[in-house]
Design a protein around this ligand. Sequence first.
Ligand code: HEC
Length: 137
Amino acid sequence: MTNAQKWIASFLGLFLVLLILGKITKKEDTAESFPTMMGQMQETTQSANGLGLIKQSACITCHGSELQGTKIAPALSDLKKFWNRDKLINYLRNPSSFGTDERFVQYKEKYKNIVMPSYNNIDVKELGKIADYLLSK
Ligand code: HEC
């Protein structure tokens, strides 16, 4: 072998070693990140309960951090007196169609410039979880 051939051979050897090392470390990476990925997935499913969704959907900016009511929106307590699950889901999807009730006439007076937004962009299943949570309080 000439000197040049030796150089080429050793470069090829080095290249192969690096390639193999790269493959090995890559495998370790995926093996390590898998549990973290699962952890994150669990976290999102756990927080996707009614209360989590309420916090995510900014309901608390109007209704208060404990849904205790604020100057701009009523307290969300004792809702089971007035709503069942289906009605409440429908209400969240389209609040303006429930404005005739005596309670709502008063709300209109009290929270004059604020309207309860319609949440027909939230998945019905998730609205169901929100309704379940509100009705369980
Ligand atoms: C922009 C402020 C605002 C936001 C955000 C908001 N609301 Fe409201 N909400 C109101 C107001 C004001 C009323 C009173 C009714 C009306 O004026 O239409 C109301 C009424 C309600 C009622 C009826 C209360 C009763 O006594 O029956 C429910 C239930 C409710 N909101 C749930 C929610 C949920 C759940 C969210 C989040 C997904 C939310 N609201 C987000 C302002 C808001």
